[in-house]
Design a protein around this ligand. Structure first.
Ligand code: ZN
Length: 409
């Protein structure tokens, strides 16, 4: 284990992050830089007492110290006092301001910090840099609280994070979603992680960039949510962090969608739930007279022939159901649409159930019948409604959730 002293860490931060345009970067500016660093760790005032402190400039305990004293903290000849460390930790922020300072730092500076920390055996990548630096600062404050002054990698290692990352790597099947490279390779004694977990919606976009990316998919409310994270190989991760393109963003969004569908499929048919109100639609079908079968139909019958092309009885039955009921069912669903019914959710569930049956290697008519029985089962309806359920499945064949055109170009 390599011990890192606070003076050592401070030097890295100061060397790479101090604003060269301001006096922070002079030797005399070091106390100012440390004060700013601490400022970025402290959350916005949340109580009246904190408000008062903020107004007097007392929120940051270093503000009341002589520059000379702070200089000693920087150089390591004195430790930040226990009481002050405690005081800061009590009001520690979520780290966002601190991350931003690092996210928006020049690429060379980020690489510099990363390399220095790696030399001291910290497991850090370009994407995790802000978070790791924030965790190191917090770990130092915890140490100061106990009268100590050095930190090692094990002080910030986070098993929970490792499990999360492993899950994300598993989700993408151990391959970089952008270039296909293996994310974990075999070393002599242990596996070597060659990936970096990045935010799918990039963190450092301009306003115009944000608008462009939002057209493909909006930024999530919580950018740290799992749905917004994906592992890439180190090379692609670096490129995506420095210069995220719309094309790559679209690829990552698609990959996440695929993973979502796989997760839902893995949960099993029992876990799929159908809309409660569907029961009304099925029962109602018994009362609805079919449309007259005429030649002037308002849908594209060609589709069914393409989807069901070697089971003629099934093809004929589905065509019959669709001609008689498609428009009526469609109108009924659109009149049901509201708080307690979502057609899109229903269509997705039917599609998932279809994929499950198809993957079991069933023939088209078996899939069709299974789906009809599955719907009855889910809605706790007796067999009397089987024809209505078949009409409903036929609706979803026409609507493209069930069966696809084989060899579609
Ligand atoms: Zn890659």
């Amino acid at each position: 284990m390599i011990n890192m002293e606070f003076s050592d860490f401070f030097d890295i931060m100061w060397t790479y992050l101090a604003d060269p345009e301001s006096k922070e970067s002079n030797k005399e500016g070091r106390p100012e830089f440390l004060k700013n660093l601490i400022d970025m760790l402290i959350r916005e005032p949340q109580t009246e007492e904190e408000d008062q402190k903020a107004e007097n400039g007392d929120l940051n305990p270093l503000n009341n110290k002589e520059a000379d004293t702070i200089n000693k903290y920087c150089s390591g000849s004195r430790k930040i006092p226990k009481k002050d460390a405690k005081d800061i930790l009590k009001r520690i922020s979520d780290g966002n301001r601190f991350f931003e300072r690092i996210v928006f730092a020049a690429p060379g500076a980020k690489k510099g910090i990363r390399d220095e920390l790696r030399k001291r055996s910290f497991n850090v990548t370009s994407a995790s840099l802000g978070k790791v630096c924030f965790d190191i600062m917090k770990a130092f404050l915890e140490k100061f609280k106990e009268g100590k002054s050095s930190v090692t990698e094990s002080d910030i290692a986070d098993d929970k994070k490792n499990v999360t990352y492993l899950k994300l790597v598993h989700d993408v099947q151990f391959k970089c979603p952008l270039c296909g490279r293996e994310l974990i390779t075999d070393g002599d004694t242990e596996a070597i992680a060659g990936y970096d977990v990045v935010h799918i919606f990039p963190a450092n976009l301009s306003m115009e960039g944000k608008a462009e990316f939002s057209k493909i998919k909006k930024a999530p409310e919580n950018s740290d949510a799992l749905e917004n994270k994906i592992p890439l190989c180190l090379n692609c991760a670096n490129l995506y962090l420095e210069n995220p393109t719309l094309k790559n963003y679209q690829t990552l969004v698609n990959e996440k969608r695929r993973i979502d569908i796989e997760h839902k499929l893995a949960k099993g048919l029992n876990q799929l739930t159908l809309e409660d109100n569907l029961i009304k639609a099925i029962k109602g079908l018994k009362e609805i007279k079919p449309d007259k079968i005429t030649n002037s139909i308002s849908y594209d019958a060609h589709k069914i022939e393409e989807k069901i092309n070697n089971d003629y009885p099934l093809q004929g039955a589905v065509q019959f159901y669709v001609m008689g009921y498609y428009n009526k069912i469609r109108d009924q669903f659109s009149s049901m649409e509201g708080n307690s019914f979502s057609f899109d959710d229903l269509a997705t569930t039917i599609k998932l159930a279809y994929i499950k049956f198809k993957r079991e290697g069933l023939s088209q008519s078996e899939v069709f019948n299974h789906l009809a029985h599955w719907i009855l089962d889910k809605e706790h309806l007796e067999n009397d409604f089987i024809e209505a359920a078949r009409i409903l499945v036929a609706f979803f064949v026409q609507n493209c959730e069930v069966f696809e055109v084989e060899n579609a170009q």
